[in-house]
Design a protein around this ligand. Structure first.
Ligand SMILES: [Cu+2]
Length: 281
């Protein structure tokens, strides 16, 4: 009897542990999909602003290339260039997103007329907006006569997490929310699993304080409530630069971000070992 009771107790402990395990496993995705930092729109009176440039120093990065080997009637022929950096003769960087990190309150988001739109045409991604609002709907149109597959990744450091991965027959469209799992990640990489030469980048903003640099590297962010903020400049190939800046009411603060080459310097060849001739007796 005692053995049976102990066995039953052991079984009930096992069952309880299994139930807890099931609850933990079921809850895990909820924990992983963290809510983005809360942002509240409010009236900003006599706000400050920041302006400056994104600059580059060092050996310039080279683009990547893939040869088009499939669906050449639609996609074209030759090599497709991607992960491009656009740097002027004066070392000014285009397409850098400068934003305020973790600002909790401020100006309203700009009016958004419908979902964000991404088109696939001639086997290339054409985002209508480079910067999109985190969590908003993205409508994807395949305008080609061949199938595509849109595979979106959230970039977290050196890792990448699939956001959604959807096959897309010729001429079709669908809509998906831009859901990121980590509260502070922003970079989104777009790829097509059917055409390995299709690549693009987007940036998911969690507040409206951002600016994309123009061909001369310029950015400008206005209507900032006075205070001290962390400003981040992000580029898909060259990473991030950060700076804390104090913003004063009604005043503009100048700051430029300088990105450095990620190329590793070639190691110097080891110095030749001198061998001394043996002394002659
Ligand atoms: Cu494709």
């Amino acid at each position: 009897m005692t053995t049976i009771r102990k066995h039953r107790q052991a079984l009930s402990v096992c069952s309880a542990a299994r139930i807890i395990l099931v609850i933990v496993v079921a809850a895990a995705p909820l924990v992983l999909v963290a809510a983005p930092p809360a942002y509240t729109a409010a009236t900003v009176e006599n706000g400050g602003s920041v302006s400056g440039k994104a600059l580059f120093t060092g050996e310039r990065p080279e683009s990547k290339f893939k040869t088009i080997t499939k669906d050449v009637e639609t996609c074209g022929e030759g090599d497709r260039e991607f992960d491009i950096t656009t740097i002027s003769d004066d070392n000014e960087m285009k397409d850098v997103v400068v934003y305020i990190a973790k600002i909790k309150e401020g100006k309203s988001w700009p009016e958004q007329d419908g979902p964000y739109v991404l088109e696939q045409e001639k086997c290339a991604f054409h985002p209508k907006d480079y910067v999109v609002r985190r969590g908003a709907e993205l409508q994807v149109f395949n305008k080609d006569k061949v199938s595509h597959n849109i595979h979106t990744y959230e970039i977290v450091g050196r890792a990448r997490i699939t956001m959604f991965n959807s096959g897309q027959p010729a001429g079709s469209d669908f809509s998906k929310p831009l859901t990121l799992r980590r509260p502070n990640s922003h970079a989104i990489k777009l790829e097509c699993d059917l055409h390995n030469f299709m690549h693009a980048w987007m940036f998911a903003a969690d507040n409206p304080y951002y600016s994309v640099t123009t061909a001369d590297g310029s950015f400008s962010i206005a209507d900032i409530p006075p205070g001290k903020y962390k400003f981040v400049a992000w580029h898909p190939v060259l990473g991030e630069q950060k700076k804390f800046l104090e913003i004063a009411a009604g005043e503009n603060t100048e700051h430029s971000f300088t990105f450095k080459s990620k190329k590793k310097k070639k190691k110097k060849a080891p110095a030749a070992v001198k061998t001394e001739a043996p002394e002659q007796p």
